[in-house]
Design a protein around this ligand. Structure first.
Ligand code: SF4
Ligand code: SF4
Length: 312
């Protein structure tokens, strides 16, 4: 039975495809976007959140850890100082045995990532079928990167379609064409991320170039797939009108029209997650995008013949 590492199943989502949706977040992504809002989905292994605000510094986790991977209790006031760099877990000694999670009485340690079967995931997804039917919604396979788990993703999509559930696939487009083509047999809509058209810029901020991504987008379009382009808009990176006009030209050059362009203004609501993982939020100094600026860009897309929205 196929299984994959799932970081979360999120119900009642309104931002990841049409209608009311259930998002299945796969864990593991080949990209490392600096602005990633779901950093817990990047590594393809289970991880530990340490929620310092819940931690009583009781020391039970340290006693339970077989690998000396937990720092000794310190003054909670010092640990909770917002400038503190203290972290409970010494990540390079941790082997994810999760003994500490069981030992904690305060829910301050949480496992992120669980191997789950397709039966198990579909069982959860079908529970909200009445919401999908009333709203035109369905399931969105997200991540992480669905193409990294392409066999699981394709089988999950196939099973959902068998049950009459609409399927969206939210992808960076970074993966083999064969995997994407297989998913296209079952997906109703692709939510396709376009982070930067310049490959060097793409590589600088995501860790990979964009050649394969743009080629895959071209091929998907040539197949006549329904495509919603998702554009993260980040101040000083890809928010200029000149750059966006280049995106318009590129999208117009695709073999078939895209159905929609969704602008995703940069925000920093994900900072807590970085802290829980013991990671630095590198975008601290970057301003959240102004809604008005995105609205100007949205109108430019509309004037150019696209249906465009500002999402979140
Ligand atoms: S998961 Fe295991 S090895 Fe890692 S910190 Fe917890 S008890 Fe230690
Ligand atoms: S067991 Fe829980 S509450 Fe106690 S120190 Fe560890 S994380 Fe904090």
């Amino acid at each position: 039975m196929k299984k994959a590492l799932i970081s979360d199943i999120q119900f009642y989502s309104l931002n990841d495809g049409p209608g009311i949706r259930t998002n299945v977040f796969l864990k593991g992504c080949p990209l490392h976007c600096e602005w990633c809002h779901n950093p817990e989905t990047q590594p393809p292994t289970p991880e530990l959140y340490w929620k310092r605000m819940l931690c009583a510094q009781c020391g039970r986790c340290m006693e339970a850890c077989p690998n000396d991977a937990i720092n000794a209790p310190i003054d909670p006031g010092i640990a909770m100082d917002s400038d503190s760099t203290y972290h409970k877990i010494i990540r390079d000694r941790c082997n994810n045995c999760m003994a500490c999670v069981k030992a904690c009485l305060y829910d301050a340690l949480v496992v992120v990532g669980e191997d789950r079967s397709i039966d198990d995931v579909i069982g959860e997804v079908v529970r909200d079928a009445p919401f999908y039917n009333n709203s035109g919604g369905g399931m969105t396979i997200s991540g992480g990167e669905p193409l990294l788990h392409h066999e699981f993703s394709a089988e999950l999509a196939r099973r959902a379609k068998e049950k009459g559930i609409n399927v969206c696939v939210d992808t960076s487009g970074y993966g083999s064409w064969e995997a994407l083509e297989e998913l296209a047999r079952y997906a109703d809509i692709f939510l396709f991320d376009l982070k930067h058209l310049d490959s060097n810029e793409h590589k600088r901020r995501t860790g990979v170039g964009n050649r394969e991504i743009l080629e895959n987008l071209q091929k998907l379009s040539a197949l006549g797939e329904r495509i919603w382009i998702r554009l993260p808009v980040i101040a000083g990176y890809n928010d200029s009108m000149d750059y966006m006009k280049g995106v318009v030209d590129f999208l117009k050059s695709l073999p078939n029209p895209v159905e929609k362009v969704d602008l995703l203004p940069f925000h920093n609501w994900c900072q807590d997650k970085y802290g829980w993982l013991g990671k630095k939020w590198e975008m601290k100094e970057i301003d959240a995008m102004d809604y008005g600026d995105c609205e100007t860009i949205r109108r430019m897309f509309e004037y150019s013949g696209f249906t465009a929205t500002v999402g979140s």
